[in-house]
Design a protein around this ligand. Structure first.
Ligand SMILES: [Fe+2]
Length: 282
């Protein structure tokens, strides 16, 4: 019998290697703990939790992932993680607990895999690129080839996860800095199989967004600790927080999808600041 799949989408926890460490004046460890508490207290039904990357900060260290494991082990369903531009996939694979999955890469520095729930197909991409291109992303050629193959062979529907949003968001600074450099190649493949794709989910831009293009739904989740304003005319980042972090609750039906955004108090005092002002509040 057909059953819907429900999952929690969180992103961009940016954990540091010291539980007392702050980023932009915010204790990221406490904010992630509050996210997990809010998810557990919500009594929402969900089959798994997906973290769309930037679990850690800078380049991802063993200690950062050990602290992440300590926090996310309090989630009683399967967890799935993506490589963000600040993450180290090899360490994540070794230290974090993943739900059942099928790896598509023999390269342990990539988190590229599929998994299934109630006959729904899920695909995780890893578009982390070189230091020179960061914080843009770029999907490597082997994943582009495999993406085409998987989508062509998929029976039924598929939901896709990638740290980086595929469609450039409506914001000058994001378009300048946070896109996928070969998004056109990905979109060509997505568009060939659009009738099979239920949704494409990302993080990276620290803001909850929903948009559709060519019949495909694209959604990002806000960060657990600090969000960006991302207004259309913003030429640089503006840090925006009213003391809340975010997670999304997603229901995937046979051929439809519903996204609800939830906010929780993350212990941050209210502020709106530019990059220049943030230098003085670190
Ligand atoms: Fe990121």
């Amino acid at each position: 019998m057909y059953k819907p799949v429900r999952f929690i989408h969180i992103s961009d926890t940016h954990l540091r290697d010291d539980p007392k460490a702050k980023m932009y004046g915010i204790n990221v460890y406490d904010a992630a703990i509050k996210a997990v508490e809010a998810i557990n207290k919500s009594t929402l039904p969900f089959d798994f939790v997906v973290h769309t990357g930037d679990v850690a900060s800078v380049d991802g260290t063993q200690k950062e992932y050990e602290l992440a494991a300590k926090i996310f082990d309090n989630i009683k369903v399967s967890m799935y993680y993506l490589t963000g531009n600040h993450d180290n996939a090899s360490l994540m694979s070794r230290i974090l607990k993943f739900g059942e999955k099928k790896d598509l890469s023999t390269d342990d520095s990539r988190l590229f895999y599929t998994f299934k729930f109630n006959r729904h197909n899920f695909l995780v991409l890893d578009a982390k690129t070189t230091k020179e291109e960061d914080p843009h992303g770029r999907l490597p050629p082997d994943q582009l080839d495999e993406l085409d193959k998987i989508l062509s062979q998929t029976q039924g529907y598929i939901t896709i996860f990638n740290h980086y949003p595929t469609i450039p968001p409506d914001s000058i600074w994001l378009k300048k800095t946070m896109t996928i450099l070969n998004a056109e190649d990905i979109l060509k493949i997505f568009n060939k199989y659009s009738s099979k794709i239920v949704g494409v989910f990302s993080g990276h831009i620290h803001q909850g967004t929903i948009l559709t293009k060519d019949g495909i739904l694209y959604s990002s989740a806000g960060s657990t600790f600090v969000n960006f304003r991302n207004a259309p005319d913003d030429e640089d980042v503006i840090f925006l927080s009213n003391g809340v972090g975010y997670f999304n609750h997603v229901t995937v039906e046979k051929s439809s999808i519903e996204i609800k955004q939830y906010a929780f108090a993350n212990g941050v005092s209210s502020f709106i600041k530019t990059r220049e002002e943030m230098k003085y509040s670190l």
